[in-house]
Design a protein around this ligand. Structure first.
Ligand SMILES: [Zn+2]
Length: 190
């Protein structure tokens, strides 16, 4: 894994982008025990440290099912989900642009809307792409997107302080999303 300790603050405190003001200012944060026995992280109202309010066990990868090379942002997906699907917010927690930029979607302390039956204990990350120009499923993940994907997964696991398992949407439904087998592409970090 190419993430060095010095980048923890960057990748955890900034790239996770808890715009509610949560920031990881020191490691390790104080631990709390949840009812399930899984540790979560503590924070305070000043925004010190981070918190995972939900009991999260899985990270699930998605694609936006858009043609290779077309860059769209989280705000566009939010519009599809809010105005199109009439959901409360974007279904994913993170969106990764073609150039690898990480955008925040739904706050990770909130249950997402990305895999039927598996939203409650998961985090959904969507990379932009996943289709060829004819609309057929294709792994279009750019090296920059893959790099960011690995970084955010690594950071989330640190913050959660547990081994959240990694999956693709297609493990839970007949959909092609994310247009590759996570168990193969990310076999080294499952
Ligand atoms: Zn999906």
């Amino acid at each position: 894994m190419n993430v060095v300790p010095g980048s923890f603050k960057k990748c955890v405190g900034i790239k996770l982008g808890w715009e509610q003001g949560y920031r990881l200012r020191e490691m390790p944060p104080r631990r709390l025990n949840t009812a399930s026995g899984n540790p979560t992280l503590d924070t305070n109202r000043k925004g010190e440290n981070c918190i995972l309010m939900r009991d999260i066990n899985k990270i699930i990868i998605h694609c936006s099912a858009t043609p290779e090379g077309r860059d769209i942002d989280a705000e566009t997906i939010r519009d599809w989900h809010v105005n199109g699907n009439k959901w409360s917010d974007i279904g994913y927690h993170y969106v990764i642009r073609l150039d690898g930029e990480l955008e925040t979607g739904r706050s990770i302390d909130k249950v997402g809307a990305h895999v039927k039956g598996h939203n409650k204990d998961s985090i959904g990350i969507c990379y932009i792409g996943g289709m060829d120009s004819d609309g057929n499923p294709k792994d279009t993940m750019t090296p920059e997107q893959e790099s960011t994907m690995r970084e955010i997964i690594f950071a989330l696991r640190i913050v959660a302080d547990k081994e959240m398992t990694l999956h693709g949407h297609n493990e839970y439904s007949s959909k092609a999303c994310p247009s590759f087998k996570v168990s193969e592409k990310f076999a080294d970090i499952l």
